[in-house]
Structures are given as structure tokens and as C-alpha cells.
Design a protein around this ligand. Sequence first.
Ligand SMILES: O=C(O)CCC(=O)C(=O)O
Ligand SMILES: [Fe+2]
Length: 325
Amino acid sequence: MDLIAGKSPSDDDSGRGDRRKGVKYLVDMTPCMRVLPEEYVLPLQPEKLISSSRVAIPVIDLSGLDGSIGRRMMTVEAIGSACAHWGFFRIINHGVKVSLMEEMLKVVDGFFNLTAEEKMNYASEDVMNPVRVVTKEYLEEVWGLAIRISGAISEALGLERDYVEKSLGEGCQIVASNYYPPCPEPHRTLGLAAHSDHGGVTILMQNEVDGLQVKHQGEWVAVQHVPGTLVVNIGDYIEILSNGKYKSVEHRAVVNAERTRISIAVGHGPKMTATVAPASPLVDEKSWVKYRPIMYKDYMRAQQSSAVRGKSPLQALMTNTTVMK
Ligand SMILES: O=C(O)CCC(=O)C(=O)O
Ligand SMILES: [Fe+2]
């Protein structure tokens, strides 16, 4: 697959004037900007920030999945525990070449440095419209990685190793390329508002500038960049499939006054017409169906259209009443 959906964070796609051209355009046009334009100011977030030096997302050595049976089991357990407690983890020894990661970052940087007019050729109001501007190799590698991780998640849930993979079917891969230019008043806004991802496994790569924050036990934890590693998080699709055992976790991106940050989030979901529902082996007399089934396409649209993203589209699917399989 060679799809890349270019998006510039904080764009509202409302079509009003230059706002559609992105934050980068705004910054390029006003190089001496000292004050954040009013429409980008966001209400302050009340939650406390925990420094990443005190607490950090779990680190998983992915080579353990190819080790002895015992080592694989330990790795699967570690992934299961990371999914249950954090919804996020960092992977090392993941097998994706650093040179390929760097090349991908360069492609995205190149894309955002096209002129606003050139970029508008790729612009679309619809997240389902693919844009082709990148070679396939990184995305193929990352797809393979997502399938390996999905195998571990299946096993950790007590399902057949290929359960999630089969449920994804031919699948879909969505690439969100985020470009966060320096901001004159970084504390009054966000690069990307708090949200959970809609798909199964998201694999996130970034340049050396920090900005990702993950909600953990009601507080925001800053995730520090570690060169050569990738960050993995589970999306709403896995929360629903696991019948709530694993939670897709809210995350957001903050900006800074000095340096441009680039991140590339690659999400892996089922095909658009697939029905998303809790895995039937995980539903028995003791565990109720916690989410109503929905077509993936409909879920994605609901998620993309909600103004305050958070996790509200997922909460709308939750069954308050006890519904048996
Ligand atoms: O920029 C980041 O680190 C987060 C990006 C993200 O969460 C997304 O594109 O869904
Ligand atoms: Fe995300």
C-alpha cells in the first residue's frame, strides 16, 4: 500500500480562507509572529503533567517474539500487560531499518515543504480519499510489524495467534503525517488535541523533537523520543474486539517555540465495510457484550467528525444495559 494522508495539525478543514492551507502556511506567511491567532487558542487542560523521567511507557524487545517458546510467552505477556495498563509501548529490535525510517521522515518533510499551492493538489475534506506521495517500503515493513504485534495481542487475549490478523482481513492502512511548526505561544494551544486512534495497532515514528503525551491514570505523561525505536498504541478497534479488556488510550501532541516536530502515525484497521464487534470467544455468560457492533467506515466517520475528539465516539457504542451474546 502506498497511501499517505497528509494533514497539518490544528487544521479544521472548514474551508475558511487560508486555514485549509495549514499551520505551516500560516507560519511561513507570518515569520515574525509573536502572538498565537485567537482561533488556535485552546482552553487550558486541567490535568497534571507527569514528567517522563519519573514514569515512562513500557519498553518491549520485539525480538522476543521470534525467540524460544518461553521467551515468546514472556514477550506476549509483556505486550498484554502494556496494552492493559498503558495502551502504549515502545518497541526496540523491531527490525525496521533506521535508514528507512529516516527516509520516510525526509519524504514527509519534503511534502510539507512543497508550496501551499502544490499541497492543495492533494488536499481533501474526506479522510477516506487516499493521497499517493510516498514509496511503499516503509509502509510494507510497518504493516508486517503491525501483524506480528497483532499476533501477540491475540495470544495475550487468549485467542488464536491469527485472530486479529484474520479479523483485519485485507485491512486498511492509514498514514497520518503530522507537521508541527514552532509556535509563538505553545502553552496556549495543542498540536493535536486529545484523541484515541480508531484502528487496531498504530505505529508511530517521529523526528528528534518531543511532543507526544499519553494519558495514564488521569494524568498526562510526556513520552520522550528514543532514536531508532517506534511507539505502538492500540486503537478503538482493539478496545472493541477485546470487549474492553484493553483500552485505547487518549494521547495528544504539544508544540514548542523553537523547533519543528514531525510525526508519522500509521494505523492498521480492517477494511471499511467490516463490522467491528467484540470477539465472540471473549464473550460468555460472565462477560457481557460491552460495545454495539458498527461498520468500520461508519465508526471512522463518526470519529473524524466529532469536534471534541477524546473518546466520545467509542463511548457512544458502549452498552449500558447488559446484552447477551
Ligand atoms: O504527533 C504525535 O506524536 C501523535 C500523532 C497522533 O496521535 C496521530 O496522528 O494520531
Ligand atoms: Fe493518534
